[in-house]
Design a binder for this molecule. Structure first.
Ligand code: ADP
Length: 248
């Protein structure tokens, strides 16, 4: 369970990217976030794993507040939150397997550095994750030789070996062939069957409608829609997408 209370983020230049956002998300829900560019979607996701520091509010994950956690406690909370980036963020010269294994780094006090220092159990987890995303035949291929869709699946496998409670994906389909968007969304959604909460920031409204159990609509830093796709009427869509990018 994720509980967000009065989350506010004001950047140092005064931009109010998130304005008093409150909501709770039960385990295993598949949530899509929509809104105009600049609405605060990425900032919301980035606060959930502390890539951004909130200005105020609470973020309870399994009852523990990550909003202002520091040091060891922050590392411990963060390793149960997988993050999938639009641009994959793989180490291009490393193999798919090595990239996936690096998802276990948060469980080590120091960086294993070379492959040999990862435990046998971690290596097994990495192979299982590659299998889960359908890339076992690419295990030893260097990331630079993978297609965009394959890179994103490696990145998802890397998030999966963290054994996350929560998986956050920030525009995971934006840098890949649109024909493959469904493959990535299906894969992300499949993790909810294991009780993982999956939150996807998605700019394609149709994908949100087709896949989400619940849609969050942001406008100018405020959460202005929170409901199932069936409640997303044309009037609600207009309200969420109201205002031009230049206004924000
Ligand atoms: P979205 O993901 O919906 O496109 P963002 O969360 O990226 O929106 O941005 C929300 C607002 O915060 C925008 O006005 C954006 O310009 C601003 N913003 C994002 N990151 C920073 C930053 N590091 N410093 C200042 N303003 C930022």
């Amino acid at each position: 369970m994720i509980e967000v209370q009065h989350l506010t983020k004001i950047f140092s230049d005064g931009t109010r990217a998130l304005d008093d956002v409150s909501l709770s998300i039960p385990d295993g829900q598949f949530v899509c976030i929509i809104g105009l560019s600049g609405a605060g979607k990425s900032t919301f996701m980035r606060c959930l794993n502390r890539l951004n520091d909130p200005s105020a509010g609470q973020i309870l994950i399994e009852g523990q507040d990550i909003a202002f956690a520091q040091g060891r406690e922050l590392r411990r909370l963060r390793r149960r939150i997988g993050f999938v980036f639009q641009q994959f963020n793989l180490v291009e010269r490393l193999s798919a397997y090595e990239n996936v294994l690096s998802g276990r780094l948060g469980y080590y006090g120091r960086i294993p550095g070379v492959l040999g220092l990862y435990s046998a159990a971690d290596k097994q987890l990495a192979l299982q994750a590659l299998h889960r995303v359908g890339l076992e035949e690419k295990t030893h291929t260097v990331a630079s030789n993978l297609s965009g869709g394959q890179k994103q699946r490696v990145a998802i496998a890397r998030a999966l070996v963290q054994q996350p409670k929560v998986m956050l994906a920030d525009e995971p389909t934006a840098s890949i062939d649109p024909k493959l968007s469904g493959v990535i969304m299906d894969l992300l959604k499949s993790f909810t069957r294991d009780g993982i909460t999956v939150i996807v920031n998605i700019h394609v409204l149709e994908l949100a409608r087709d896949y989400a159990e619940r849609i969050l609509g942001f406008n100018k830093g405020k959460l202005i829609f929170d409901g199932p796709p069936s409640a997303l009427s044309p009037a609600e869509v207009e309200r969420i997408y109201a205002g031009s990018v230049a206004d924000l």
